[in-house]
Design a protein around this ligand. Structure first.
Ligand code: ADP
Length: 542
């Protein structure tokens, strides 16, 4: 027998309609690329998103086609989130930290019809434009007065505010199939090109409900949320959608991510909840310490993307009375998988034991099922000791990468995360290692394979192995181990200089160690695990 409830599809535009109707006067504050602070309400957001939806239609963008963005966290980016997805096209957030070759690859692969960009990224757009065929139009996210001279783009360049002005706000959000695609985010990682994760309206809405819960990211209408995590990085962990769902004030930092700027914004806008990777919080804490400042309204901070060190948890909680919420997720998981919020019996633990709990990545939010398995695929016990490959499944977990119809990443219906973890009796997962061969620096990926490939282009290199080594600021930095060809006089500086222009600047390894040989396994594969252990502290002891 069928249930007798309404068939209302779960759509991204419904989040905006809700925010407009029920929280219309709630504020959205943005530090702009132009340098000033911009503020308006959800009502303004909704109205301008409808204008932009009309503008996208005017540009001939059809349902399912991709709309690229290369932008900081700000209100115009937020408008595009809803104008693109809400109208049935696919919002494709591009990561400006990637090398221009990778960006060009991603834009072509996604077949972006148009790319919107913040003025900061004009030079990047000028380099990318001649290399790509797909976008016919580039839109500078600014007003007429700030429009740049971009000779290379000539007729392809448009102005964001012109598009807004030229179009009416009379627009009906279409009733889409909830399983249709809403947004696309590429993740670079292990070997091969970056892979696109294609979210649906349904997966986004279900993720939004789950991520907003009190034991998840704990968001409400009384919050003022500062997403420092970029909107080009897994939809800023879903916070733009969550803020609409709960009616929270949103505070966008734009490009100013240094400790001082963040601190001032947090205080001025009475931020209650912030979210970002450990690296940005180091800058914030250092600034707060330097000026002996405290946080007058901020009470919670979500830390994820990389392990949150206990010293950081202690600094926030002891010195600043800001609770740390340690969370784990992935682009492939929209991204929230686990959040470390206490169970009742843990509240009375001695403080050191509570910190030990908070060092874990946390327990599953409803909707994410997880398990750990041994090398034979058999499930391991949740005893807090056994560590194995972490697999997940759920309605906001990817089952296939975009444009890759043949190969499924799944193993018996489970998504292998590439993380190695243990799980305790309370269901708290803790990452102990990584089986994927990548480096995560300041919250963004560096492909070790790409670094090795560049090293191999050098005539004096016999073997090249790139591994992640711990770093006090960036969590991890690439370290390059090199076996030279016989009689070569290659130096570290020469080899590092060889990387200039061949990879993004921040991908360049910080150091090269010349070695006699690298350890090989039975099948001739480099035993990276062994090298990672051996050189883990290279940058800490340097
Ligand atoms: P995000 O950076 O938003 O988590 P990515 O897809 O870029 O998303 O990276 C996901 C990977 O980052 C995870 O598979 C894991 O290796 C690592 N990661 C994410 N959060 C944590 C965390 N809290 N602790 C340790 N590693 C983490």
């Amino acid at each position: 027998m069928q249930g007798l409830m309404m068939q209302q599809p779960l759509l991204v535009a419904s989040l905006l309609m809700h925010a407009e109707r029920h929280h219309g006067t709630q504020e959205i504050v943005s530090r702009r690329v132009e340098g000033d602070i911009h503020r308006y309400s959800y009502r303004d957001l909704a109205q301008r998103a409808r204008r932009m939806a009309n503008a996208l239609a005017g540009l001939g963008i059809q349902a399912g086609e991709r709309v690229g963005t290369l932008a900081w966290n700000g209100y115009r980016h937020m408008e595009l989130y809803f104008a693109a997805s809400g109208s049935g096209s696919v919002l494709h957030t591009l990561n400006p930290r990637l090398h221009v070759d990778q960006l060009a690859y991603i834009i072509e692969h996604a077949q972006d019809r148009v790319v919107f960009f913040d003025l900061t990224f004009l030079p990047l757009i000028e380099s990318v434009a001649p290399r790509v065929k797909s976008p016919k139009v580039f839109v500078a996210m600014t007003d007429r007065a700030h429009m740049p001279q971009a000779h290379g783009l000539s007729s392809m360049l448009m102005c964001y505010e012109d598009l807004i002005d030229l179009h009416s706000d009379a627009y009906e959000w279409p009733l889409l199939d909830e399983n249709s695609a809403s947004s696309l985010c590429y993740t670079s990682g292990t070997t091969g090109n970056p892979k696109g994760v294609l979210y649906s309206h349904r997966s986004t809405l279900l993720h939004t409900y789950a991520a907003a819960l009190p034991d998840s990211l704990n968001c409400s209408a009384r919050d003022a949320i500062l997403p420092v995590v970029p909107m080009f990085h897994v939809n800023a962990w879903g916070l733009p959608y969550i803020a609409c769902m709960v009616g929270a004030k949103l505070v966008f930092p734009g490009p100013a991510l240094d400790g001082k700027s963040l601190y001032e914004l947090i205080e001025a806008e009475q931020v209650t909840l912030s979210a970002g990777v450990p690296t940005v919080w180091q800058g914030l804490l250092a600034h707060a310490d330097a000026i002996e400042g405290s946080f007058s309204t901020m009470r919670r901070t979500i830390i994820g993307g990389a392990p949150c060190p206990t010293a950081m948890t202690a600094a926030f909680q002891n010195r600043h009375r800001v609770d740390v919420l340690h969370a784990w997720g992935m682009t492939e998981l929209s991204p929230v998988g686990t959040v470390c919020s206490f169970k009742t019996h843990q509240l009375s633990l001695p403080v050191d034991e509570r910190y030990a709990v908070q060092a874990k990545q946390g327990r599953s939010v409803f909707g994410i099922d997880m398990k750990i398995v041994g090398p034979d695929g058999a499930e391991l016990p949740w005893d807090g000791n056994a560590a194995g490959d972490l697999l997940v499944r759920g309605p906001w977990v990817t089952r296939q990468y975009f444009g890759n119809d043949d190969a499924s990443p799944l193993r018996d219906g489970w998504f292998p995360t590439g993380d190695v973890a243990k799980i305790d009796r309370d269901g708290f997962m803790q990452i102990t290692d990584r089986s994927k061969d990548v480096i995560k620096s300041g919250g963004e990926w560096i492909s070790s394979a790409d670094i090795e490939n560049v090293a191999y282009l050098h005539a004096d290199v016999a073997s090249a192995v790139c591994i992640a080594a711990r770093h006090p600021k960036w969590d991890e930095r690439p370290l390059l181990l090199i076996v030279k060809k016989p009689d070569s006089a290659l130096t570290e500086d020469e080899l590092l200089a060889f990387f200039d222009g061949r990879v993004a600047k921040w991908w360049k390894p910080d150091a090269v160690v010349f070695v006699e040989s690298v350890p090989l396994g039975a099948t001739g594969k480099v035993l990276k695990h062994q090298l990672r252990e051996q050189y883990a502290d290279h940058y800490l002891s340097a």
